[in-house]
Ligand binder design. Structure first.
Ligand code: CP3
Length: 342
């Protein structure tokens, strides 16, 4: 029997609507949870946590156990791809990710060879999570979109406006294009492997797509994601894929049609009236401002109510407009769920 029919979130991706929408939160496994901080300490480093299946499974399950979200998201990071490409990624406490910045001359020699073997512990975690989850709970896999991952590879760390990557894309266009293509192919293969290991659907995080002008957005965000979607569907027909081009603004309008993603993840700045139009073509996910979760009280309730009022008439996956922050109080997450589920 196909038990996936019991998974509400998958039914929404297929276009169904529910009075009470399915809900999960980006970054739902993380530092706002004391049990995460405990496991993180036990793991030593952040990447050890990602590459030790038993621990990755444990932290993936923590928010499901505590809150009963409709979806679990694989615990990993978008930067395991550069790590698998040999770029020496480190995560420093309080500083975020640090990588060895890549130069244009290094790009021609790069290849995806051996990347999937490097990522095999993550795939093992996917299989373990799926077998431990309830039948009703969806398992989401994910990866970063090529542009967003490239911004870290080029700067060597997070940057406020991704200026180093933008500059690199103008100065070293051929090398940059080659890097984006490599990331697209390796990331698509990684998503295929996640889907084959037991992920029910996947999300592509393009967290920094909002800094690009029109032509660059087409070239570095739309086109590589289109290429990834085509490659994934060629291997896994009908694969359900959520695209999250954060900050895309009016470019959200034809992103689904151009890339072929199943659903659109919306950031909190997307007007709800526009979101409703986007919903006419398929499921949308979002888009509560994570600051409302920190604030709690009326600010949280009003934000939830506005989204439900505007979007619960169509296929909706309730989520935040970006990841939950480490200072989000657990009581406010409980309040959010109560407000959605009644
Ligand atoms: O959503 C989940 O619960 C699954 C796990 C997940 C993590 N990172 C765990 C993580 C997911 C889906 C991500 C995606 C990710 N990682 C993105 C895209 C989404 C977004 O938020 O924009 C990006 C840009 C990254 C890169 C990254 N990883 C940064 C910039 C940082 C440091 C800043 C921060 O939030 O700490 C990380 C580290 C990271 N990834 C942590 C977690 C739980 C915190 C690390 C720690 O425990 O010390």
């Amino acid at each position: 029997m196909d038990r996936t029919a019991e998974r509400k979130l998958l039914r929404v991706l297929d276009g169904e609507r529910f009075d009470v929408p399915p809900v999960w939160l980006m970054r739902q496994a993380g530092r706002y949870l004391p049990e995460y901080r405990e496991t993180r300490k036990r793991a030593g480093g952040f990447l050890q946590l990602c590459y030790t299946p038993e621990l990755a499974i444990e932290v993936t399950m923590q928010p499901i156990r505590r809150f009963g979200f409709d979806a679990a998201i694989l615990f990993s990071d978008i930067l395991v791809i550069p790590d698998a490409l040999g770029r020496k990624v480190r995560f420093e406490e309080g500083r975020g990710p640090i990588l060895e910045p890549i130069g244009p001359e290094e790009i021609p020699a790069m290849s995806g060879e051996g990347a999937m073997e490097h990522l095999s512990p993550v795939l093992e975690a996917v299989a373990g999570i799926r077998s431990g989850l309830d039948e009703e709970t969806t398992l989401l896999g994910f990866c970063g979109a090529p542009w967003t991952v490239a911004t870290y590879m080029i700067a060597g760390h997070g940057t406020p406006d991704q200026a180093p990557a933008r500059l690199f894309s103008y100065r070293h266009r051929d090398a940059f294009s080659r890097l984006i293509d490599l990331l697209a192919d390796v990331s698509a293969d990684y998503l295929i492997a996640q889907l084959k290991a037991g992920a029910d659907a996947v999300q592509i995080f393009d967290s920094w797509s909002g800094v690009l002008g029109e032509a660059d957005f087409e070239k570095w965000c739309v086109e590589p994601v289109r290429r990834m979607v085509a490659r994934v569907r060629a291997a896994v027909p009908g694969a359900r894929i959520i695209g999250f081009p954060k900050g895309a603004g009016i470019a959200y309008g034809d992103y689904r049609a151009k890339t072929g993603v199943t659903a659109l993840g919306l950031d909190w700045a997307v007007p709800l009236s526009f979101a409703r139009r986007l919903q006419e073509e398929g499921a949308v996910q979002g888009n509560l401002d994570p600051m409302r979760v920190i604030a709690g009280g009326g600010a949280l309730d009003e934000g939830v109510d506005a989204i439900l009022e505007a979007l619960s008439g169509g296929p909706l996956i309730f989520n935040l407009g970006h990841g939950i922050t480490p200072d989000a109080p657990i009581a406010h997450v409980e309040q959010l769920l109560k407000r959605i589920r009644g």
